[in-house]
Design a protein around this ligand. Sequence first.
Ligand code: 5GP
Length: 175
Amino acid sequence: MMTNPELVPILTKEEIQQKIVDIAGIISRDYAGKELLLIGILKGAFIFLSDLVRHLSIPAQIDFVRASSYGDTMSSSGTVTLAHTVQIDVRNKHILLVEDIVDTGLTLSGLQKYFLSQGPASIKICALIDKYERRETDIRVDYTCHTTHEGFLVGYGLDYAENYRGLPGIYHLKI
Ligand code: 5GP
């Protein structure tokens, strides 16, 4: 049980919104005229995806996947077990995987492999936060709002034991 954890501000609500407006503009330009499918990775990406899609100036379809809980689902080869997968047919669609935070990269590398086998037109990664210190794969984050070296972050969808998801800003949780 944590007693009095310290929450150190990393990004304010306003800063997050500005970054999202910026990347939504770039994504809208990059995918103009293409069939774009945003695939949100539950649960952490639900707030980010909902803000991102509302700032796009192009049409996009939305679906979600849910990887089983972190730790017991990933082998070192990056195979990911899904508790829920997409309902939309991804063939010939331009997939943008929308993640809250990339850490080791194993989740996204597993998801990339999973979707690549289903014949999409392309597949790229959009992550709210790119945290690179513990990266174990060579995946490339194509669009991000914030890059950081280390630290356990919460807020704006990111949790610690299911708490803090509703905070409007992003904080470094110091125990
Ligand atoms: P990866 O497979 O890249 O190591 O793990 C990504 C997942 O680990 C994220 O989707 C998230 O659920 C969790 N995670 C990694 N770093 C953090 C962090 O700093 N804060 C929170 N709340 N979750 C994290």
